[in-house]
Design a protein around this ligand. Structure first.
Ligand SMILES: NC(=O)c1ccc[n+]([C@@H]2O[C@H](COP(=O)([O-])OP(=O)(O)OC[C@H]3O[C@@H](n4cnc5c(N)ncnc54)[C@H](O)[C@@H]3O)[C@@H](O)[C@H]2O)c1
Length: 439
């Protein structure tokens, strides 16, 4: 089928490339010329495992094209996928500016019937408003909701192995046409009304965020009571009604979706005069959680002023370069604000943080460079190289081996064997036994 994808970010680019891979003829449209130039030459502007290889393959097969020319791109399409960003406004509501701009451009260029499939996460009612806008202007389109559930870092895998595809439409023919696009993926498809589909996306993300905030609250109680949050999560998760995913205690959720989607749904509720109490708490717990590593550092050291502190991991989770709402940022801000000398390491994401801090912090190319002669190491993102970094090296290379691990990367027994002070989340503190000798 002839498809145009509007927006080539994490969702639009993965969608476009994967739709080409299953045989469709795809044009990816973006307003960002620099991005389109890179993509045309086979360079992937984002880090997403496996994406660049598929991109090159589909460019070569000529099933995938990139353009900034909206007129041509919309002329090409039978079906248009809408995948522009819906960031957070100051009041927490979803900012629909990009959606409105994209819809306006479509309205200007659409000259024959199209199906518009919204992948962007939009507040309940948005797709009906889009449909009404096109109807008012006499433009023949059917708007369909198809929320996206891929996870950054495994976007390609998730597209081919998703748990479900949700199609929300009030028009049977449009629904069937969109279903046909996805048929080669052999993923279960569920049909529903447009507003139910919009709600599925928010309900799913806010539920997963709830699990995270819940286990983080349990971890705080574990710190008080001496229980071990990992054992608790294991015991809970083995109950098939609960399940283990998203029961990993840490320093809170970040990224481009959970923080904004929780707030956007709370905002939707408030528009109806409804106070979504659980969601309020989920957001508040997460805000509090972001300061946890800094609190633990101050509790242990009294002050970090003048101390050398290494922060390992910047992206909001491993296998992505996305730093939107990453917990590393408030931690670095707090450390810098308190007078620490901060060095950071991330295998991919440093370039996105450089503009923010310039020479306020030091960017290290290796973990070793970041931790050498450090007084404190804070582990923020559980990249494989960080998780697998031998604990003994901290002991050898740091001024004092004090590691505060926001992702529970190591077993407590390993920390004991390495004879270091190891503070993690919801687990007992491992104290170094050998006194530090100062000369
Ligand atoms: N990132 C994720 O993991 C993820 C997962 C599921 C759903 N979502 C949702 O998908 C949507 C897109 O998210 P993203 O992370 O891919 O965003 P993004 O910011 O990475 O990409 C958006 C792209 O849209 C382009 N764009 C903006 N206005 C345009 C226009 N008028 N015409 C053409 N292109 C335009 C931008 O230049 C940018 O390249 C959001 O609503 C998000 O909530 C994201």
């Amino acid at each position: 089928m002839k498809i145009t994808v509007c927006g080539t970010g994490y969702v639009g680019l993965v969608t476009g490339v994967c739709l080409a891979e299953i045989g469709h003829d795809v044009v990816c449209l973006d307003t960002d010329e620099q991005k389109i130039n890179l993509l045309q030459s086979g360079i992937c502007p984002i880090y997403e495992p496996g994406l660049e290889e598929l991109l090159s393959k589909q460019l070569l097969a000529k099933r995938l094209h990139f353009s900034t020319d909206a007129k041509q791109a919309y002329k090409h399409a039978e079906v248009i996928f809408l995948a522009v960003g819906t960031p957070e406004k100051e009041d927490g509501a979803a900012d629909l500016t990009y959606i409105q701009q994209a819809a306006e451009t479509m309205a200007q260029h659409i000259t024959s019937h199209k199906i518009i499939v919204t992948k962007s996460t939009v507040p309940i009612g948005t797709n009906d408003q889009l449909q009404a806008m096109f109807d008012r202007r006499g433009i023949s389109v059917d708007v369909v909701s198809n929320p996206e559930f891929l996870r950054e870092g495994s976007g390609i895998y998730d597209t081919f192995h998703g748990d479900r595809i949700v199609i929300g439409s009030n028009n049977k023919a449009a629904m069937e046409k969109v279903e046909k696009i996805f048929q080669p993926l052999q993923i279960p498809i569920v049909h529903m009304s447009i507003c139910s589909a919009e709600m599925v996306k928010y309900a799913s993300n806010t539920f997963l965020a709830t699990k995270i905030s819940f286990i983080n609250e349990i971890a705080r109680l574990c710190d008080y009571t001496g229980a071990n949050v990992e054992d608790v999560a294991l015991g809970m998760g083995m109950d098939s009604r609960i399940g283990t995913p998203f029961l990993k205690a840490g320093i809170g959720f970040g990224g481009s979706c959970f923080p904004k989607d929780t707030k956007a749904l709370e905002n939707v509720a408030s528009l109806y005069g409804y106070e979504f109490q659980i969601l309020r708490s989920v957001i508040q717990v997460n805000e509090k959680q972001k300061s946890l590593l800094f609190e633990k550092a101050i509790n242990r050291m009294g002050t970090v002023e003048g101390k050398d502190v290494a922060v390992l991991g910047l992206s909001f989770k491993p296998n992505t370069d996305d730093i939107r709402d990453a917990p590393s940022i408030p931690l670095i801000d707090e450390l810098v604000g308190a007078g620490a000398h901060v060095r950071v390491f991330d295998p991919i994401a440093s370039k996105h943080v450089k503009k923010r801090y310039r020479d306020l912090i030091h960017f290290s190319d290796t973990i070793e460079n970041a931790i050498t002669q450090a007084d404190l190491v804070c582990i923020v993102t559980e990249w494989a190289e960080i998780k697998e970094f031998p604990l003994d090296n901290y002991n050898r290379m740091m001024r004092e081996p004090l590691v505060i691990d926001g992702r529970n990367c190591y077993k407590l027994e390993e920390a004991e064997r390495s004879d270091m002070t190891y503070i993690s989340i919801g687990r007992r503190v491992v104290e170094r036994k050998t006194p530090i000798l100062r000369y």
